[in-house]
Design a protein around this ligand. Structure first.
Ligand code: ZN
Length: 326
């Protein structure tokens, strides 16, 4: 048995043929070119998927179905985006699952990319074999996925588990969602870059020799902040400390609310887990009950660069399992 995983992003779409253990048999990427409209995009996905089936050791008859991880929010029943900020309006209400099912003659399941990340962990990552865990995806924004009693929690309409928008303070910097004081406004790459821009204007760092001062404001990225922190730059270290503390504070809350066995940190920034970890652990310990803190481990994802594809395929594997259990 094999599954086609499709990880839709604003710029690129990764497509892979994944076996039942979560191993990638063949994979490739196409440009999203969202402005061309969703129907043209689904056609290009199908063409690429057919090409990858040819390249992989799997036969077409071995393919059980297709799993999609997509930016949300999504109307899960319709398989369509709902007011998704990074995509043109033509994508709203367009059934991606319906179009692909027709093009590929295969069953298709979809979930938002953060839930897909959680399902990927459940299927083939740190969540394998455990029933209660929480995934935070740390990148440009912060996504969240909650697995409780072995099932992903979506809420009444499927819009739930937006863990990046947990308020960690009243007021605070403006978040991409329009609110203020969200976790994402501090601990995402965007939040950290904004913090650097603010600190560069303060008297404290006015005459600092921080390497972050030597680049144009619009070239600042999270990687540079982590690298500078590793070199001992005080300003970068302050940003890392603040990001880690707010993450730890939110994690403390998540530990008290869900009493999970694990908090798994995924996404690009999780590669810098080692430098964030002391701040995260200290703040989580302060904010969680002793019992919930001691029940859980906080660890980086082991799925690395393939997490998106594995997550997408896992969406299909999970839905098939739920249907066979019903
Ligand atoms: Zn927010």
């Amino acid at each position: 048995m094999a599954i086609i995983g499709i990880d839709i992003g604003g710029t690129n779409i990764d497509i892979g043929i994944v076996d039942e253990s979560g191993k990638i048999l063949a994979s490739g990427s196409i440009e999203t070119s969202a402005h061309d409209g969703p129907q043209a995009c689904m056609k290009r996905i199908a063409d690429k998927a057919n090409q990858l089936i040819e390249q992989s050791p799997a036969n077409r008859k071995d393919i059980a179905g297709i799993g999609i991880g997509s930016p949300g929010p999504l109307d899960l029943a319709a398989g369509a985006m709902v007011h998704c900020t990074n995509f043109p309006e033509t994508w709203g209400d367009f059934s991606m699952t319906g179009a692909l099912a027709e093009l590929m003659s295969l069953p298709v399941e979809i979930d938002n990319d953060a839930n897909a990340a959680a399902l990927g962990e459940l299927w083939a990552g740190g969540g394998k074999g455990i029933d209660d865990f929480v995934v935070l995806t740390l990148g440009t924004g912060i996504g969240g996925g909650v697995v409780a009693n072995g099932r992903v929690i979506r809420g009444s309409k499927g819009y739930g588990a937006e863990l990046g928008h947990i308020a960690v303070t009243g007021g605070g910097p403006k978040c991409g969602c329009g609110s203020r004081g969200c976790l994402e406004a501090y601990a995402s790459a965007t939040g950290m870059i904004n913090m650097a821009k603010q600190l560069l204007k303060t008297d404290q760092y006015n005459d600092s020799t921080s390497p972050l001062r030597n680049c144009a404001e619009d070239e600042l990225d999270a990687r540079m902040i982590f690298d500078s922190a590793r070199d001992g730059d005080p300003m970068a270290l302050e940003i890392i400390a603040k990001a880690g503390q707010t993450l730890g504070m939110a994690i403390g809350t998540l530990l008290n609310v869900f009493n999970p066995q694990k908090i798994i940190l995924a996404g690009r920034m999780a590669q810098s887990f080692d430098i964030l970890e002391p701040h995260i652990t200290q703040a989580a310990k302060e904010h969680a009950f002793k019992a919930t803190f001691e029940t859980a481990t906080i660890e980086p994802s082991t799925l690395s660069a393939n997490a998106g594809l594995i997550g997408a395929a896992a969406v299909f594997a999970y839905e098939q399992k739920q249907k066979s259990n019903d």
